[in-house]
Ligand binder design. Structure first.
Ligand code: AMP
Ligand code: ZN
Length: 478
């Protein structure tokens, strides 16, 4: 396997390109994180799981990856112009920072259940106000931004003289002009497609900071430019996010960064496609978002029973990250069966009787299979193809059983590859769902049955409730 073979689809050029880090062995990757004003839904999780696999694979290839995934706790506005976090703080009667902390905590807990690794740096927007103000000052100095009634706007017409705005999403300015949705403070702008870098806050606004222009807060797009620049430099390798962020968020980020540094910020742009329910994008604003914990506990209106986070992760990875994926109970059940089959294949491998004589024929077949698996990953992180290859290896396992003379070396090598592909790269923690866990569950259920027989309902209910929190529902017959 050769890491030089990795090709990644670059949204900026709309083509697959060979990946080579800008600096030796180091990879800088920035992914737009969540806006922490409510629980993340399964769609958000799909995107973060896709980037988790990318992070895992790049690290596996031996790159020293600095993965920055931000937390948006200020500046992300509703169409009405109200800050999402401030709005929620008023509704829940909490401090805005309490809202941000509450939903940051639950975001991390959910990703943890999905076995998503922590990024290297997780910076928050409100902790980088000075950096954002410096960028605005610089853009004003360069005449790429202007102040108007205490707010500051990015001047697209001026920017278009140095680079073309909208090139990532491929939108031309005429379309942007007619579709511009940011209707807030329309009168302050020179052109309605100019976007805000700084917003003057009104008296009722909860989160505001001093600046040379007004007491206010930064525009949403700016935080990612400030934090990617601070932690990854003017130019870095990969910038990612969901495809819905391509425009305007990522096009604005490019414009701000090019204006500020004169350089294109990211070499590769990676965009993940959406999770849908009944072919409609899962979204916080539509009434179709499924919360992960509701799926794990079975308490939701969509599915008949609880599902393990591993199964859901495996289900996501059976689609390519650039394809839309529709979630349905039958599809999840197919993934559950598939994952169980993979576990059976692993136990068959474990149970293989081996001799201490090497079998080169088998060894080379395993190596051939290994190459096919890495070819899938090197082809733009093609996880569905990889999973299909892993299923295909059952033929080889059968062949080894039939021939009956496998050496210890072959068995070890094969098992190590299963561990690499399933655990280390796909992050499907399949060992977690193995028979040890089943045995522990049997013991717990035995204790609970005894407690119920002794009418110790405090203990039996507590076991039931705690198992439910882990997504295991007990159906008592009586
Ligand atoms: P937000 O908190 O809304 O900024 O979303 C966080 C991340 O989730 C962004 O990268 C979005 O593009 C992504 N996202 C939002 N909805 C979906 C969805 N239905 N499927 C996949 N990713 C999504
Ligand atoms: Zn961003």
């Amino acid at each position: 396997m050769n890491s030089k073979d990795l090709h990644i689809y670059n949204s900026l050029t709309s083509s697959k390109e060979k990946f080579k880090p800008l600096k030796n062995n180091r990879v800088g990757m920035y992914v737009c994180g969540p806006t922490v004003y409510s629980e993340v839904h399964l769609g958000n999780c799909r995107t973060f799981i896709s980037f988790d696999v990318i992070f895992r694979y790049l690290s596996f290839l031996g790159y020293n990856v600095r993965y920055v995934r931000n937390i948006t706790d200020v500046g992300h506005l509703e169409d009405s112009g109200e800050d999402k976090i401030s709005k929620k703080a008023k509704i829940e009667q909490l401090e805005p920072m309490e809202i941000a902390q509450k939903y940051t905590n639950s975001f991390k807990e959910v990703l943890n259940k999905f076995n998503v690794l922590n990024p290297s740096i997780e910076p928050v927007a409100s902790g980088h106000i000075t950096e954002q103000i410096s960028i605005i000052e610089d853009l004003i100095d360069k005449d790429l931004a202007y102040e108007s009634n205490g707010s500051v706007y990015f001047d697209i017409s001026k920017y278009n003289k140095i680079d073309s705005y909208g090139k990532l999403s491929g939108r031309d300015l005429d379309k942007i002009k007619s579709n511009s949705r940011d209707l807030s403070n329309q009168d302050d702008k020179k052109n309605n497609f100019d976007f805000s870098l700084w917003k003057k806050a009104d008296d009722s606004h909860l989160m505001k900071w001093d600046s040379p222009w007004s007491k206010g807060f930064p525009g949403w797009h700016l935080e990612c430019t400030a934090m990617s620049n601070k932690y990854l430099g003017e130019e870095f390798d990969i910038h990612g996010g969901g495809i819905d962020l391509k425009f305007p968020h990522h096009d604005c980020e490019i414009a701000q960064a090019v204006g500020y540094t004169g350089k294109q910020p990211a070499k590769f742009w990676i965009h993940t496609n959406m999770l849908t329910l009944n072919n409609k994008k899962m979204s916080k604003s539509l009434d179709n978002n499924i919360l992960p914990d509701d799926l794990f506990s079975g308490e939701n209106n969509f599915f008949s029973k609880p599902y393990d986070p591993n199964v859901i992760r495996f289900f996501f990875l059976q689609a390519h990250y650039r394809n839309e994926l529709d979630i349905s109970e039958s599809a999840i059940q197919a993934s559950e069966k598939g994952l169980n089959r993979l576990m059976e294949m692993t136990s068959r491998l474990n149970d293989l009787q081996v001799s201490n004589i090497d079998n080169d024929k088998i060894f080379f077949k395993i190596k051939d299979w290994e190459k096919k698996c890495f070819d899938c990953l090197n082809d733009d992180f093609n996880t569905p193809m990889l999973i299909a290859e892993i299923f295909n290896s059952s033929k080889l396992i059968n062949e080894i059983y039939t021939e009956g003379d496998c050496g210890e070396r072959e068995k070890r090598y094969f098992l190590d590859l299963f561990d690499i592909f399933l655990n280390k790269i796909l992050g499907v923690d399949y060992n977690k769902s193995n028979s040890d866990n089943d045995s522990i569950l049997e013991i717990l259920l035995g204790i609970r049955d005894k407690a119920r027989a002794n009418k110790d309902f405090e203990l039996s209910d507590s076991i039931r409730d705690q198992l439910l929190k882990l997504g295991i529902r007990i159906n008592d017959k009586d």
